[in-house]
Design a binder for this molecule. Sequence first.
Ligand code: 8X3
Length: 253
Amino acid sequence: MMTALVTGASAGFGREIARRLVREGMRVIGVARREARLEALAAELGASFLSAACDMRDISAITHFENSLPASWRDIDILINNAGLALGVSKAQYSHWADWAQMIETNITGLTALTHALLPRMVARRRGHIVMMGSIAGRYPYQGGNVYGATKAYVAQFAANLRTDLLGLPIRVTNIAPGLCGGSEFSAVRLADTEAAAAIYAGTTPITPIDIAEIVSWVVQQPAHVNVNEIEVMPVCQAAGGLAIDRSTNHAD
Ligand code: 8X3
């Protein structure tokens, strides 16, 4: 039976991915800060789910994470690096450093530390699949995307560089880059305002956590010789905008 570890498992994409992988017959270790929510998921999913409360910003805990698991759960076949967040939509010059720091700590440092901690065992077992939750924000710039988008560009490049280093080993690395997604706390956390968050989805049919779980499930169940490098997915109601030109000011000397 395959064992998957899903970060950010207490809500949104992570919770739906955990549900889906358990339904597919896998064992899932769910990592998140909110222990009560993990316990609720454990009650729902039964013995196939192991709740492992951990803050992705606690690098010491992440470094020792593998050893903190029961021995029978340490052979992790699939790492779903899903935990991450966006904070704020202000232009860079009006953003708060604390928001930037928290995004970098979670989306980059925590994700990298956990990958670093779990990779040696995957290499020793010659078995593993690392799935990153990237974002279209890592590829297309938009106003207010500044550091959030930059963290997701890091995630995409880290995935690509891992694939290069792991060439010759049967370990797969995939980056999934979703666009507008509803049905999760993402926008409420980003805007710190549930009404403003709801307004983002007004008049749209966004991607849902169930859609993402379906994609993850497909990606990790491809034949062993197939590595899905990247998937970019947007709802039909979304597309990349064009280039911007400012005609309001004259920048000439
Ligand atoms: C989520 C997609 O468009 O809000 O990563 O940046 S977007």
